[in-house]
Design a binder for this molecule. Sequence first.
Ligand SMILES: N[C@@H](CCC[C@H](N)C(=O)O)C(=O)O
Length: 292
Amino acid sequence: MGSMVPFAKMNGLGNDIVVIDMRGRSDAVTAEAAVALARGDRTGFDQIMAIHDSKTQGVDYRIDILNRDGSRAQACGNGTRCVVQALAAETGRKSFTFKTLAGILTAEEHADGLVSVDMGRPEFAWDKVPLSEEFHDTSRIELQIGPIEAPVLHSPAVMSMGNPHAIFWVSEDVWSYDLERFGPLLENHPIFPERANISIARVTGDASLDLRTWERGAGLTRACGSGACAAAVSAARTGRTGRTVTVTLPGGPLRIEWREDDHVIMTGPAEWEFSGRVDPVTGEWQADEVAA
Ligand SMILES: N[C@@H](CCC[C@H](N)C(=O)O)C(=O)O
């Protein structure tokens, strides 16, 4: 076993997150370690959030995000809330800035324990999503699944929330779609050269949505924070709702506000489960002993 670093198994609305402390090290969590850790019965996760020292002036930490298949992601809303809660417990501080592949994010823990993350600005341009061919209007692109004359899902909104998202708006219960079957086909559709997170969304009120997501590199999850942001932005952009909504995911609700300055603010909970130490090269791990 190589050198071990601390980790915390956490979740954000049931989105399974492993926060790994890589501060003081110059290497990175390997894809092999991620895949090995994902197989563990207690450490099975959707995303790893590896906290690194920041080399950027004015930024507290850099976060490296890995999916359970070992691929890297630019953004993870639920995981960022977990990182904030872990750092707030350690340092006593309430607000933080992070560098991610999606840019610099700010986040804060509130007195009630909920955490808000400024997820940045959505990008609608086809080459920023990215798509493999030009679409002038990304609020509804030509893409469908199922028979041509009676598609099961069609015309998704697409955007980047730092990471690529496709939102299929439906009028029936979001649970009536076999997302486990359609998710992998759509995630890997040639229109998405970097693959995509695939969501099914339904408007349930003036300021409320239901959402299920098949995540790129992770599969079906109980919550996708950046997916909730993308759905809220798409709903407001197309006049389905106003700019502040509650998005109900299988794991529970998130509050999303698309502010007038174009930034998307996500607010929700994070929960610690257990801690341990992990080898970031091999993924071998052990839980901390808990005093009786
Ligand atoms: N769980 C997420 C999104 C994680 C990243 C995604 N699977 C990707 O590869 O883009 C969230 O809460 O935002």
